[in-house]
Design a protein around this ligand. Structure first.
Ligand code: ATP
Length: 258
């Protein structure tokens, strides 16, 4: 059964059909790669899946439930967690506090007793969360852990992307939506992220990954969907995608774009 599904999903911006009657499924534990030329509608689709935007037509289903009109906060609590194309961290918060924010979608509000006396169960829970956040930094080696108490603004662009990914994982995503996770990273850093994402996949993490870099998406994805002008241009096994004539034409330009 698919975890996430769209049917006839459409979003128009003043005449520009950013997403056009799109049917999409994402299976449990699947890694779906989403590629397409600039302006193909990939980020708009993420906005619709994460509840940051509302479609003009069509539906989004999470495990069979119609979530199309849910607010974004409810999507996040249900486990649809995304990262952003240009990376978003809380600049003045430390690395650990950024991750701590990520845990809020699964935290209970303190009861009156906990609010009045925040040193019992609540402080034990906070300590456990802190340790969990620290563990999420470990896969990034020395890049983040030794600097876990430094403010996010002090980090390089690539490190802020890593903080953002770790924060998304702190939310225990049911489905992780990654928007160009290696944008701004060099080939070595991109390979590191590939290995990291392969590790997540091996743990069964369901993911949809927007990525222009085929060397990342081809070895990672179970299936690739190619968007063009908001519609599905091609779909299939990653190895078949680069030799699909429609895909070549869409990327290189040609009749399709004339
Ligand atoms: P890229 O790879 O360049 O990030 P994309 O595939 O993510 O592109 P979108 O950002 O989803 O594409 O944009 C799809 C189309 O919708 C583009 O033509 C874009 O200009 C348009 N668009 C997206 N958001 C808006 C908006 N808020 N208002 C008007 N037009 C928009």
């Amino acid at each position: 059964m698919s975890i996430l599904e769209t049917r006839g999903l459409s979003r128009n911006f003043g005449g520009i059909q950013a997403v056009a009657s799109l049917d999409l499924t994402v299976g449990e534990g699947e890694v779906l790669g989403l590629i397409g030329p600039n302006g193909a509608g990939k980020t708009t689709l993420f906005n619709l899946l994460a509840g940051a935007d509302v479609p003009d037509q069509g539906k989004v289903y999470l495990e069979g439930r119609d979530i199309t009109s849910w607010p974004a906060s409810r999507h996040a609590r249900a486990g649809i967690i995304r990262t952003f194309q240009h990376g978003r961290t809380f600049a003045n918060l430390s690395v650990l506090d950024n991750l701590h924010v990520g845990t809020h979608t699964r935290r209970r509000a303190p009861d009156l007793w906990g609010a009045l006396f925040p040193w019992g169960r609540q402080s034990r829970e906070e300590e456990a969360l802190r340790r969990e956040c620290q563990a999420l930094l470990v896969p990034f080696g020395d890049r983040l852990t030794p600097r876990q108490d430094e403010a996010a603004w002090q980090f390089s662009y690539a490190n802020r992307r890593r903080i953002e990914i770790a924060r998304a994982l702190a939310a225990h995503p049911r489905i992780l939506l990654l928007d160009e996770p290696t944008a701004g990273m060099n080939p070595v850093e991109t390979l590191e992220i590939l290995e990291f994402l392969k590790g997540l996949k091996a743990q069964g993490q369901t993911m949809v990954v927007i990525e222009h870099k085929l060397p990342l998406i081809l070895p990672l994805a179970d299936r690739v969907v190619v968007l063009d002008h908001g519609a599905k241009l091609a779909e299939g096994h990653p190895l078949d995608i680069p030799r699909n004539p429609l895909v070549i034409e869409a990327y290189l330009g040609g009749k399709h774009h004339e």
